[in-house]
Design a protein around this ligand. Structure first.
Ligand SMILES: [Zn+2]
Ligand SMILES: [Zn+2]
Length: 69
């Protein structure tokens, strides 16, 4: 009996273009920073008090300021 499953589970590029640095999940969209930091809208909402200041949000890694649009 040879039951070999040769599914390439480790594909280097997923369909999801982003990976949230907070929940580690692949997402179709994340707020992202030039330093590589990415955060999904869900986590962003949870951490809004910490990283957002009205129309802007600040990258917790490099403290760069981004506009929310
Ligand atoms: Zn997340
Ligand atoms: Zn950054």
């Amino acid at each position: 009996m040879s039951s070999q499953s040769e599914e390439p589970k480790r594909s280097r590029r997923r369909k999801k273009e982003f990976q949230c640095h907070c929940c580690k999940e692949g997402k179709t969209f994340c707020w992202n920073c030039g330093c590589g930091f990415q955060i999904c809208p869900e986590c962003f909402a949870e951490n809004k008090w910490g990283i957002s200041n009205g129309p802007t949000w600040i990258c917790p890694d490099c403290e760069r300021i981004h506009m929310m649009e």
